[in-house]
Design a protein around this ligand. Sequence first.
Ligand code: ADP
Ligand code: TYD
Length: 203
Amino acid sequence: MFITFEGIDGSGKSTQARLLAEHLRAAGHDVVLTREPGGSAGAEEIRRLVLEGDPDRWSAETEILLFTAARRDHLERLIEPALAAGRVVISDRFADSTRMYQGLSRGDLRALVDRLHEMLIKREPDLTFVIDLDPDLGLSRARGRNGHEERFEDFGAGLQRRMQAGFRALAEEFPARCRLVDGDRAPDEVAAEVRAIAARAFG
Ligand code: ADP
Ligand code: TYD
């Protein structure tokens, strides 16, 4: 069981990933909660390279390579072994984030993202929650966290709006695994819907 959460910054992915992990653990499942970029030692190092420092540090193409390299390490070291051992893996972001952020934000690089994915990653989640939220709300929530990983949040409301539209289109592109969830509700309400969808998907 490989479950991912996707959506714009501040949409509530981390919160919902954590709540679902807690729920499934309480139900007796062995759950690995992880995130991207990151999730393994090497990928966390790459996370620092891409999310800290000058936003113009990397070209769009280099960024695709870095995110894909981080994902490959995450997959080899954490995700594949955990799934092989029968554990449930929940990841806060995965390949759909690269399809959106690197595929759409600086020109149309989606084909390049898809080709690299096909060559080096291949795996898709069994279930993807796409949390839908107005970008103004997402941005104010994300800014409230006040971290030092501001890179994509700094792109501002214009980019986030295109990302919201992109994530909605993505949910339609992959209807078998994607479920669009309204994120503009209390965390517990969103979590209840997420739990219900997961229960329907996996019995
Ligand atoms: P993401 O991982 O998508 O960036 P987070 O789960 O980190 O989002 O949430 C961003 C901020 O908004 C956090 O401070 C979190 O506590 C808060 N938050 C999360 N879900 C909700 C919600 N449903 N309503 C209001 N605030 C929320
Ligand atoms: P994340 O920590 O999930 O940020 P947030 O909690 O604000 O949503 O991800 C950090 C940033 O990395 C986020 O702005 C999206 C970006 N990102 C990409 O651009 N490409 C990717 O492939 C991934 C996984 C993340």
